[in-house]
Design a protein around this ligand. Structure first.
Ligand SMILES: Nc1ncnc2c1ncn2[C@@H]1O[C@H](COP(=O)(O)OP(=O)(O)OP(=O)(O)O)[C@@H](O)[C@H]1O
Length: 281
């Protein structure tokens, strides 16, 4: 399968002249294949944002390499590589440039010299993919947080990226907004096979990814499927991460003598087990 991203022993420090300075990213390696959704999780200061900046070439590592779409990222190929990536950031209010939803999504296309007819089609398609195609003439400031982030995702999709990077894109949203954005990511993965990296401190969100990379103190603490990673339970709590609700609840039920299967991570599975326990009583 095609390799979209490949980090090899990446080290980066913001203070290269300080021999005692610590590395914000310290020897991190992982690969990403086309069509995967990888969630990078970690507590504040664990190195997630630095990792994101290294992936898009805002920073270059002092040691190790960042590979994108088969080549090592360099100053020379930076713009060509970046044109194949879409990014959505944390604050939904800082990402708008257009007076209406469609102007906003069209903005980058216009800058890239895409002809008008194709631009109109791409804007409509992108907004359809995030289920915002009935909001073409709405003013962005009147949308909810979740709708704003969906428009920001449409803006990225209109450029037809091979990799979408979401940097804490759900962290300022209310539960409904978060769910809307997550549903869009799931839908895109299913229908378009787009590769997605979401940087988040929300383990509920990470639960839905194909693979999870856990960062701690600049190092990769764990990597695997959500099932593999979340079985570490306590160890993740010690890193300052909140385990998914169903896992916390099943631990509390266990303390009350109501045993559920180890590693019950989703509310649906927990409900199924509790239902079976009740029926077997
Ligand atoms: N511009 C900077 N200059 C100096 N040190 C920095 C800079 N940005 C981050 N750091 C340091 O690098 C380390 C990793 O920070 P980073 O922001 O990558 O972590 P993070 O996991 O994204 O945290 P957060 O969720 O708080 O953004 C921290 O020790 C932080 O203090």
């Amino acid at each position: 399968m095609e390799r979209i991203l490949s980090l090899q022993d990446v080290r980066f420090t913001y203070t290269p002249d300080d021999p005692d300075g610590r590395h914000a990213v310290d020897g991190v390696s992982f690969d990403m294949h086309a069509g995967e959704w990888i969630a990078v999780v970690g507590h504040n200061g664990s190195g997630k944002s630095t990792l994101a900046r290294l992936m898009i070439g805002l920073l270059f590592p002092q040691e190790g390499t960042v590979g994108l779409f088969g080549d090592t990222l360099t100053e020379d190929n930076l713009w060509e590589k970046r044109s194949q990536m879409g990014m959505v950031f944390q604050n939904p209010d800082n990402q708008f440039v257009g007076a209406t939803v469609q102007d906003d999504v069209a903005f980058a296309l216009e800058n890239n010299g895409i002809p008008f007819e194709e631009m109109t089609l791409r804007v409509q398609n992108a907004l359809k993919q995030v289920k915002m195609d009935t909001f073409l003439d709405h003013e962005p400031q009147h949308l909810s947080g979740g709708q704003k982030q969906r428009v920001a995702i449409a803006g990225a999709l209109a450029l037809r990226p091979r990799l979408l990077i979401l940097d804490e894109a759900t962290s300022m949203l209310d539960p409904q907004g978060r769910e809307e954005v997550i549903r869009v990511i799931l839908d895109l993965r299913e229908k378009t096979g787009l590769s997605v990296i979401s940087i988040t401190h929300d383990l509920e969100e990470a639960l839905l990814a194909d693979r999870v990379v856990v960062m701690n103190g600049g190092r990769k603490f764990a990597e695997g499927t959500p099932q593999e990673v979340f079985l570490k339970g306590e160890a993740l709590t010690e890193l300052g991460l909140d385990l998914p609700f169903a896992m916390r609840l099943s631990a509390l039920l266990g303390e009350q003598g109501i045993g559920t299967e180890p590693g019950t991570m989703t509310e649906r599975k927990l409900v199924e087990q509790l239902w079976t326990l009740r029926s077997n009583r």
